[in-house]
Design a protein around this ligand. Structure first.
Ligand code: XMP
Length: 513
């Protein structure tokens, strides 16, 4: 395996991803606990990540000194390169001109095992830089093997010890050959076989969950979404009926969704599932509420109350399982205490573990969304289930601007189902990040047959996105939209007009509230 020492870069997890994509197992550990992890893992190679600190500061983070005497190949990336240089006797300074950020080019000056068969002397290659400090004097044994405009030591190496330092970030997609460089390091320099797979990850996680949980009881709050479902199925495989799932059904799900989740768990997987039908509770509480934040806060708070009550009924639990993904982990770290403004109160069970005195089981913490989907397939979940579009915790309530009623939920469910059916039929579902209908609190006049109608407007939304943070409008052709509009107006009583939302994010958000 490879041990990745994390110095706090925003993209450390991408290093792990690239290593795994090359078929090699790896673990990320914060630099403070790298020593213990080293003994536990006995890695065949080390990667030192980037990070926000400056090695020129007092008490700057560093790698355990013995790592450099272990006889293992080491790849230092950005801050990792700088600390390696400093720890081995070189010199790093704060760059006077404010550093290099963004696209840059490196020129290869010498051959190196790091890019054997990939890059050759004299070639120029695009890389992604993001650094303020730079190495100014190399430690003994190191030579520069590539330069960039801003960094004479863009790549440095001590070939005899297999130590490599890169000033740029090979883990990001803007370094086009970066994944190959990392693969080359782990496969050829470290000599590891590329035999890691999602099947192996599944087996390792099952072991880990068993060790963590022992004979304890685990409770998992299902949202109906892919992440919590995959987490629950994996945990059930590890500890069987020590796991109980609680599905708090707020009645704000899409057409057929609750039935699908309940049947998947109970019938297909035989996992104990408590289905709490709390539709009335939620709808009563939402009566007269029109402010988006008030809706979100009420739903979040009520969800937690219902969940807690059910947990008490089943006799409590020692652990709370969650489908937390890596992007959730990064966001919550980097935004904690920051000056960022709350755009929307996101629905999660953040405060629950402390309130209920439970420890967390989060087996998906290292994964990205698309990797969770791969794991879901590995666990036998159907393609239709794992490939579903994201769905927000507060459900349809935030797709019905104005007051939410049972009647309006039913109208929206019908329109939404037609829209998604047409998208699937057109073969567009997987090309779209998220598509849904919204029901507007606006009534307009229409004519159907010889009658005047005075009904609601339905808005259609479809976006492409990588992570939900930014989004582009999906450019349907007019014929497709016209077909959906005709079907909705003809088939859904209560809607007599359909509009398409052409706003990207930013300035819009994906959901309407
Ligand atoms: P916005 O509307 O903020 O949405 O552009 C970005 C992504 O997040 C989803 N979303 C939520 N997901 N709980 C969730 O689990 C929430 O409260 C929530 N609000 C929005 C949204 O569907 C989109 O994918």
């Amino acid at each position: 395996s490879i041990l990745i020492v994390d110095f706090g870069s925003q993209v450390t997890q991408l290093i792990a991803r690239r290593v795994r994509e090359s078929g090699v197992y790896c673990e990320i550990v914060p630099f403070q606990s790298a020593d213990a992890a080293f003994d536990r893992l006995s890695p065949k190679g080390l990667i030192l990540s980037g990070g926000p600190a400056s090695v020129t500061e007092e008490n700057a983070p560093s790698a355990p000194q013995r790592f450099f005497e272990a006889g293992l190949p080491i790849l230092g990336i950005c801050y990792g390169q700088q600390t390696m240089c400093k720890q081995l006797g070189g010199e790093v300074v704060v760059s006077g001109e404010g550093g290099e950020f963004g696209r840059a080019f490196v020129e290869v000056k010498a051959r190196s095992a790091l890019f054997d068969g990939l890059w050759a002397e004299g070639e120029r290659h695009q890389v992604w830089m993001s650094h303020g400090d730079k190495v100014t004097r190399l430690p003994q044994g190191f030579v520069p093997i590539a330069v960039s405009e801003g960094a004479p030591f863009a790549i440095t190496a001590d070939e005899s010890r297999h130590f490599y330092g890169v000033q740029f970030h090979p883990e990001v997609v803007h370094t086009p050959d970066g994944a190959k460089l990392i693969a080359n390091f782990v496969r050829h320099v470290c000599g590891l076989e590329g035999d890691w797979s999602m099947a192996g990850f599944r087996a390792a996680k099952i072991e880990e969950i068993r060790n963590q949980v022992g004979t304890g009881k685990v409770i998992c709050g299902l949202s109906g979404g892919v992440d919590s479902s995959v987490a629950a199925v994996l945990i059930h495989e590890a500890i069987g009926d020590q796991l109980t799932c609680v599905y708090v059904d707020h009645g704000l799900m899409r057409a057929g969704e609750s039935e699908q989740v309940v049947s998947l768990f109970r019938n297909h997987y035989n996992i104990p599932l408590v289905h709490v039908n709390a539709e009335t509770l939620f709808l009563n509480g939402l009566a007269g509420v029109t402010d988006p934040e008030a809706k979100r806060k009420f739903i979040g708070k009520t969800f937690i109350e219902v969940f807690e009550e059910e947990a008490k009924k089943i006799g409590g639990a020692d652990f709370l399982a969650q489908g937390t993904l890596y992007p959730d982990v990064i966001e919550s770290v980097s935004f904690t205490g920051g000056p960022s403004v709350t755009i929307k109160s996101h629905h999660n069970v953040g405060g629950l573990p402390e309130r209920m005195n439970m420890k967390l089981v989060e087996p998906l913490r290292e994964l990205f969304k698309d990797e969770v989907r791969v794991l879901g397939r590995e666990l036998g979940l159907t393609e239709a289930f794992v490939a579903r579009h994201p769905f927000p915790g507060p459900g349809l309530a935030i797709r019905i601007p104005g007051e939410v009623t049972k009647e309006r939920c039913d109208i929206l469910r019908k329109a939404d189902a037609i829209y998604l059916e047409e998208i699937r039929n057109a073969g567009l579902y997987d090309a779209i990040w998220q598509a849904f209908a919204v029901l507007l609190p606006v009534r307009t006049v229409g004519v159907m047959g010889d009658h005047r109608t005075y009904d609601s407007v339905c808005g259609l939304r479809a976006v492409t996105s990588v992570d939900g943070m930014t989004a582009d409008v999906y450019p349907f052709d007019g014929t497709f939209l016209a077909r959906v509009a005709t079907r909705i107006v003809n088939e859904v009583a209560g809607i007599n007009r359909v509009v398409y939302d052409y706003t990207s994010k930013p300035p819009g958000t994906i959901e309407w509230e």
